[in-house]
Design a protein around this ligand. Structure first.
Ligand code: NAD
Ligand code: TYD
Length: 350
């Protein structure tokens, strides 16, 4: 098996690459990544010299590069994770999301379609997507199922929805052997500190304000990243072609409650009196078009593929905090220099 994993230097991709390289020593794993601000080879130093692992630097927006790559290496499978992934950045710069998430995905589909023409047996194109394509839930009893109509609300989710549609269209039109999964919010080691949980950990540690958007009432459904990687393994190997699998941990948290929990874990770990870090909480202008609630119904993958999360949230959060506290050099590296985020017309140094 020659397996191409795109976006393998990013947060989730690095956990997927590690799982596949170590669990399947007879597979050749090729990690294709453009190393954008979110891609970091330091996420993979523990496996970089393993014989069944190869890193390829390349950009999925470059169609010729992909066609040449698929000609050079006869891939049997693709797990596609490369993407622009941060909603706030998509609000500032939607076009880079169109380029990577839509054009890049179609380039990859075309490369696979050409390379696999007439020899589709045993091939598999797996597209990794997000629950954000379903939009925002307002009724507390509702969950996203695989049948929920798409209703993306942000430029990020619109670009992921478009990529999902193209993947299904290639499955239908060209009979490309495709499978898709849509997962809820991930957290864990190597999470880039522009996203909620690692940003809060970093800011608590450095005594910076903790920017809570709006009133902090938005709800997200959190899953430990290694459990997502295990689900990707299950879908890649046992998912039915043409199907979609929703992945989530039945673990909903209001942002403000989550930030309070993180503050209390951090107070304990840093030896600060309980309540110290919570004083850093700062309410800031809400994100434009902020989705209220995401919640995944994960019964299909649990019942059909036998996957279930391995960690309770509190345990996963403790492990995550420990990882960040024990990997200061990783955090210093990605937060050093002029790392800034454009937010609501202002540069906010985080
Ligand atoms: P990330 O931003 O941490 O990593 C993305 C990776 O893709 C980086 O290594 C980056 O260098 C690479 N990349 C970006 N543009 C590229 C291009 N043009 N060519 C090649 N490589 C490129 O993202 P993540 O959080 O690890 O998410 C990975 C995938 O999982 C994405 O498709 C995302 O939509 C999906 N997803 C993420 C979450 C989440 O909570 N983070 C949840 C569900 C689904
Ligand atoms: P994020 O980690 O960006 O993931 P997503 O937008 O894809 O769900 O944000 C998670 C939630 O936390 C979301 O409701 C926005 C909110 N949030 C804040 O309140 N403050 C922040 O600084 C960030 C980055 C996010």
């Amino acid at each position: 098996m020659k397996l191409l994993i795109t976006g393998g230097a990013g947060f989730i991709g690095s956990h997927v690459v590690r799982l596949f390289v170590t669990k399947y020593p007879n597979y050749q794993i090729y990690n294709l990544d453009a190393l954008t601000y979110a891609g970091n080879l330091a996420n993979l130093t523990d496996i970089e010299n393993v014989p069944n692992y190869t890193f390829i630097k390349g950009d999925i927006t470059d169609a010729k590069f992909l066609d040449d790559l698929f000609t050079d290496i006869p891939f049997d499978g693709v797990i596609h994770l490369a993407a622009e992934s941060h909603v706030d950045r998509s609000i500032t710069d939607p076009m880079s999301f169109v380029m990577t998430n839509v054009v890049g995905t179609v380039n990859l589909l075309n490369a696979a379609k050409t390379a696999w023409a007439g020899a589709l047996e045993g091939k598999r194109f797996y597209h990794v997507s997000t629950d954000e394509v379903y939009g925002s839930l307002h009724n507390p009893e509702d969950f996203f199922t695989e049948e929920t109509p798409y209703d993306p609300q942000s430029p990020y989710s619109a670009s992921k929805a478009a990529s999902d549609h193209f993947v299904r269209a290639y499955g239908n039109t060209y009979k490309l052997p495709v499978v898709i999964s849509n997962c809820s919010n991930n957290y864990g080691p190597n999470h880039f500190p522009e996203k909620l949980i690692p940003l809060m950990i970093h800011n608590i540690q450095t005594n910076k304000p903790l920017p809570v958007y709006g009133k902090g009432e938005n709800v997200r459904d959190w899953l430990y990243v290694v459990d997502h990687a295990r689900a990707i393994d299950a879908v890649f190997h046992t998912g039915k072609l043409g199907e979609t699998y929703n992945i989530g941990g039945f673990n909903e948290w209001k942002n403000l409650d989550l930030v309070h929990l993180l503050c209390s874990i951090m107070d304990r770990k840093l030896g600060r009196p309980e309540g110290t870090s919570a004083q850093l909480i700062t309410y800031v202008t809400d994100r434009a078009g902020h989705d209220l609630r995401y919640a995944i119904d994960a019964h299909k993958i649990m019942n059909e593929l036998g996957w279930k999360p391995s960690l309770q949230f509190e345990e996963g959060l403790e492990k995550t905090v420990d990882w960040f506290l024990n990997n200061q050099a990783w955090l210093d590296n990605v937060t050093s220099g002029n790392y800034q985020t454009y937010y609501e017309g202002m540069y906010v140094n985080r």
